[in-house]
Design a protein around this ligand. Structure first.
Ligand code: FDA
Length: 325
């Protein structure tokens, strides 16, 4: 019943004028420009959170668009540095031209990762749908081969292949591996992915365990209680926690600007109370901050992908004071 109500609200919202969608989505998107994103991060810094910044947009059709992303992300690096923010970058390799011109795309990504390294900053490769899983992992491995270790990949637990990917990456990178693990937002076909809620949760928890056991750094990206509860237990079982250093024998060096082997990651505007609770217990928490001119397309996609947002839309409408990032 609630699901149907949510879907109805989402169906109506996506047909509304752009200003209305903008008003609803201001909770989830930091704004249309970098200055707005910096403002949001400065405000949320007071809660002790750190950040990863996403310049909105994917599916480019010309290499000129890739140059836009390269230049904009370089501005992001400058802004993080000059505002002394505790933040890193989240990029989509396809936005840098990887699928249009592999050589040029790689050159763009390498140039950004190098600049980030000079600023002691980390770059996360967001994961898109299964058609680019191999390419995205390969970009990360290639960067490491070139000595650029400030790069890590996102893996999607719903894909059957992910436990094998973790094993393979562990063999190649050992404790240099640095992951974000999430359920995966793309609804993948049942011959390659789990499709039920419970199977996806179980798969996510298995991946978290495998990553922790591999000695890697693990960014746990979920707002779902069964995943958070499992993660807290998994950390405790391995004597990992906010205090002190990473106790795992295979964990390698403590990463600069990072937590003791793990952190929790959440999207801007989603389950703030849970994030603040984790933060208050001392866990490192990172907020994913999307901004950009493509905020409208991003918002519509999010609304369609997650019909539970419908309830949030209704709440925003009835209680507008609750609608803030
Ligand atoms: P679940 O979907 O059960 O959400 C739990 C609750 O959180 C929902 O009931 C709802 O209240 C709230 N919620 C969750 N997502 C929401 C949203 N978008 N808007 C509003 N409320 C929401 N995926 C991917 O394929 N590639 C990637 O690179 C990334 N990157 C990424 C980074 C970070 C920091 C996060 C937190 C997530 C991603 N994801 C992602 C998305 C991820 O795969 C997954 O789709 C979402 O996190 C939702 O799954 P949960 O585990 O949060 O559970």
């Amino acid at each position: 019943m609630v699901g149907l109500f949510s879907r109805m609200i989402v169906g109506m919202t996506v047909r509304m004028p752009k200003w209305f969608v903008g008003w609803v989505s201001r909770r989830y998107v930091a704004g249309s420009d970098l200055e707005s994103a910096v403002k949001v991060m400065k405000r949320l810094s007071t809660e002790g959170a750190c950040f990863t910044i996403d310049v909105l947009g994917e599916d480019i059709s010309t290499m000129n668009e890739a140059i836009y992303f390269l230049e904009e992300y370089k501005r992001v690096i400058e802004a993080i540095s000059s505002n002394s923010l505790d933040a890193n970058l989240s990029i989509k390799p396809t936005a840098f031209g990887l699928l249009l011109n592999r050589k040029e795309g790689m050159k763009n990504i390498e140039s950004l990762v190098k600049m980030a390294a000079e600023h002691n900053m980390f770059v996360r490769l967001d994961m898109e749908d299964h058609r680019v899983t191999d390419d995205t992992i390969q970009v990360m491995l290639d960067m490491h081969k070139k000595g650029l270790k400030n790069v890590g990949v996102v893996l999607q637990a719903r894909l059957f292949r992910t436990l094998d990917d973790i094993e393979d990456i562990e063999r190649k990178l050992g404790s240099d591996a640095d992951y974000r693990i999430c359920k995966g937002i793309y609804l993948e076909p049942s011959d390659i992915a789990h499709t039920t809620r419970i199977d996806i949760i179980n798969a996510t928890n298995k991946c978290i365990d495998a990553m922790l056991d591999s000695g890697a750094y693990v960014g746990i990206a979920s707002h779902d209680y069964p995943v958070i509860t499992h993660s807290l237990e998994a950390l405790k079982k391995r004597s990992m926690g906010p205090e002190g250093i990473d106790p795992r024998a295979n964990s390698g060096d403590q990463r600069h600007n990072k937590g003791p082997g793990y952190e929790f990651q959440m999207l801007l505007g989603v389950r703030g109370p849970l994030r603040r609770k984790l933060q208050s217990k001392g866990h490192r928490t990172r907020i994913y901050i999307p901004y950009g001119e493509k905020w409208y397309e991003y918002s519509i996609r999010r609304l369609k992908e997650n019909p539970t947002i419908g309830a949030q839309v209704a709440k925003s409408f009835l209680m507008p004071w609750t609608n803030r990032p």
